[in-house]
Design a protein around this ligand. Structure first.
Ligand code: FE
Length: 207
């Protein structure tokens, strides 16, 4: 299927979106087409209730529970739906696992498709032309910009998100975390590690 942007949140926004959005919001409110309180509710949801902490909880559980991890990697949608992490911009999730042999990195080369229910709103760099172009062409250089250097023998695989499929990276569990609770482990799963531009934090706090 082609990349469908009909439901895309920012596909046609001009370069100065904040002003345009505010102007649009004012017009629509005056015309009675939208309720500003409802808009505030949506913004609050994505800023405060839906964010990388959701993805981190899921992946920390995968580190602890082999059966859960197997199910998540095999078919993420029903597993995530059961946990309540489902909905707009989160349909058709695929979880890809980092190993010593392969590091996974996620991009949307056409725009900025991103798993909102698990990671919240995409960061600015994810939507940038530079990231979208370079992630595919020179992923190791991009990783270096993020402060990540991988062993020579590790292959980097780049997954191109679309409106149909969103990817989430399961980072490698850091050493020195035996006996950690799921909550403690979730603290180590950063947003960037779930996009593949970072690694999970180590217990000492370095990446
Ligand atoms: Fe996109």
């Amino acid at each position: 299927m082609p990349h469908d942007h009909s439901d895309h949140p920012h596909a046609l926004l001009p370069p100065d979106p904040a002003l345009r959005v505010k102007a649009l919001e004012t017009i629509l409110t005056r015309k009675g087409l939208i309720d500003p309180a409802a808009l505030d509710e949506i913004i609050d949801t994505y800023q405060n209730k839906i964010g990388p902490q959701n993805g981190a909880r899921v992946l920390a559980r995968a580190w602890c529970d082999p059966a859960f991890k197997e199910a998540l990697l095999a078919d993420a949608d029903p597993v995530l739906a059961q946990l309540g992490y489902y909905g707009r911009q989160g349909e058709h999730m695929v979880v890809v696992e980092n190993t010593p042999q392969q590091h996974n990195m996620v991009v949307c080369t056409l725009c900025s498709c991103y798993p909102w229910p698990l990671l919240g709103i995409p960061p600015g760099w994810y939507k940038s032309d530079a990231y979208r172009a370079r992630a595919v062409r020179e992923p190791r250089a991009v990783l270096a910009d993020f402060g990540v250097s991988l062993p020579e023998g590790t292959r980097v695989r780049v997954w191109d998100s679309t409106a149909e499929v969103r990817y989430l990276v399961l980072p490698m569990r850091p050493d020195g975390t035996d006996g950690f609770s799921e909550d403690q482990l979730a603290e180590l799963v950063t947003r960037d590690s779930m996009v593949g531009t970072g690694l999970a934090k180590t217990p000492e706090g370095t990446t």
